[in-house]
Every structure is written in C-alpha cells, then in structure tokens.
Design a binder for this molecule. Structure first.
Ligand code: URA
Ligand code: SF4
Length: 255
C-alpha cells in the first residue's frame, strides 16, 4: 500500500501551524457576540454559555471543539451527536472511533489537529442544523479559523463542505484540494458516519486521508502564492445581512 509519507521526512513539517498572530479576530455582524476573542479558551467559554440559537435549549453540553492550539489541519464536522452532547467533546462516538482510525493511517493523533463542528450544539434527533442555527453559530467557526490558522481545513461530510463551497458536490470533490482564501486549502472528506454505513465510502475515506500530506503541500504552495499577491486592496467588510460573503470568497479562490 502506498504510504502517505512517501517522499516526506516527517509529518511534523506538514502538521504544524504557523504560530500565534497577535490581535486577531473577526468582525461580528450580530449584536450580543464578542467580536474579539483573544484566545481559543475565551471563545470556548463563550460557546459553552451561548444562547444565540434555539439549540441551546435542547443541548446537554455545547461542544466548542478540541485539539492543538496551532494545528496545521482543522477537521470540521456537521454538529455534535448524542455522545458528543453528553461529554462536551467532538467526535467521541463511533464516528469518532473511525476518525481516530483514519488519522492513525497518516499517521496523526487527535492532539496534532483540531476538531470542531459547524454548529456547536446538538440538533435534536440528529436532524440537520437549520440555516438560522448555522448562521448564528458561524462567527465561532470563523473566529476559530482566525485563531487556529490552519493550513488545511478537512471538511467531514456534505454539510460541512457546503459552508465553504455551497455548490460543490461531495461525490466528485472528496479527496481533492480546493483553494479557499488566504492560502487555506479545503480538503473535503466523506463524513465518518457515512463510512460506518458503507464499506465503499469507508474505503474512499481511507484512500483520501492518505492524500492529506499532499493537501498540506498544496496549502504551502497556495499560501506562498497568496503572500506573493499584492495586498494593497483591503478586504471588504461583510455586509450585515449577508452571511455568504466568505463562501463567495472561497469560490473565487477555486483553482
Ligand atoms: N458527527 C459530527 O458531525 N460531529 C461530531 O462531533 C460527531 C458526530
Ligand atoms: Fe450558540 Fe452555536 Fe450552540 Fe446555537 S449552536 S446555541 S449559536 S453555540
């Protein structure tokens, strides 16, 4: 079986982030949410106490996410399930066990990456999160991206991919490198739960995860290219009613 490490001396070179950058974060367009999280821990604390959407009424625990403070790779699932809701940690059920198995193939451990979800609270009966819930929760994910500075965002499942590339299809884009913004690469994967239901998708997940080091190398190239671009044009502020600005930026960055 081909090794993901072929031609690479150490995965450490591809999994480490770029380190802390002062004075981050995002501009919030919603009242009642702190626009400036100076650290991941203050953000996680706000998530744990968040009541910005109705999911706060039915959750047991919010699940901010966990992992390395400066990961090269950020995994983003859809939303917590029953076990995650009980424990306040991401991907701790059967899907999480498969995710661990996949990471071990590369090889990576949970502590090397960061794992979170599009919505931080469990939708009742594991239904899909509603657009309003995704919108309410998005600033947390945006701030996590700004603070963590991943080089690769590995989306888990269709819903997570849709947040970055609304028109992409998971069936044709899984395992492919997609340029998002600021040199960050999106690397779509099937959701581990889909891998648990289908042997074929599990095999696809295994094949795709072995391409993670290549995605990281593509991200390094993309980062260099984005740094080489003139920076005289300031990024426009998102308009208050428009939550899709970042998605469009992502689409423009497509290779
Ligand atoms: N499925 C998800 O999308 N996220 C989790 O944290 C667990 C299961
Ligand atoms: Fe807050 Fe997100 Fe939980 Fe809604 S899902 S209550 S926005 S943390």
């Amino acid at each position: 079986m081909p090794s993901a490490l072929d031609g690479m001396s150490s995965l450490a070179i591809v999994t480490s982030g770029v380190g802390p950058k002062a004075g981050v974060v995002m501009q919030s367009d919603k009242p009642g949410i702190d626009p400036q999280w100076s650290s991941l821990s203050s953000l996680s604390k706000d998530v744990i106490n968040c009541t910005r959407c109705a999911l706060s009424e039915t959750r047991t625990n919010a699940v901010p996410g966990e992992g390395s403070d400066f990961p090269g790779i950020l995994f983003i699932g859809e939303g917590p399930g029953h076990n995650e809701d009980q424990q306040g940690k991401p991907f701790v059920g059967r899907s999480g066990a498969l995710l661990d198995e996949l990471l071990a193939l590369v090889p990576l451990r949970r502590e090397d990456v960061y794992i979170t979800n599009v919505v931080k609270c469990r939708p009742p009966d594991n239904r899909d999160p509603l657009p309003d819930e995704v919108r309410a929760c998005w600033p947390y994910l945006e701030a996590q991206i700004q603070l963590l500075k991943p080089r690769v965002i590995a989306t888990l499942g269709r819903h997570s991919l849709m947040r970055f590339f609304p028109n992409a299809r998971i069936s044709s884009s899984h395992g492919q490198v997609m340029n998002w913004r600021d040199g960050i690469v999106v690397f779509p994967l099937y959701h581990p739960a889909a891998g648990l239901r289908s042997t074929k998708l599990k095999e696809a997940l295994k094949e795709d995860i072995l391409k993670l080091p290549q995605a990281m190398i593509a991200a390094l190239d993309s980062e260099r290219a984005s740094q080489a671009r003139p920076t005289s044009q300031p990024e426009p502020d998102p308009s208050p009613e428009d939550d899709s600005t970042d998605h469009r930026k992502g689409q423009m960055g497509l290779l």
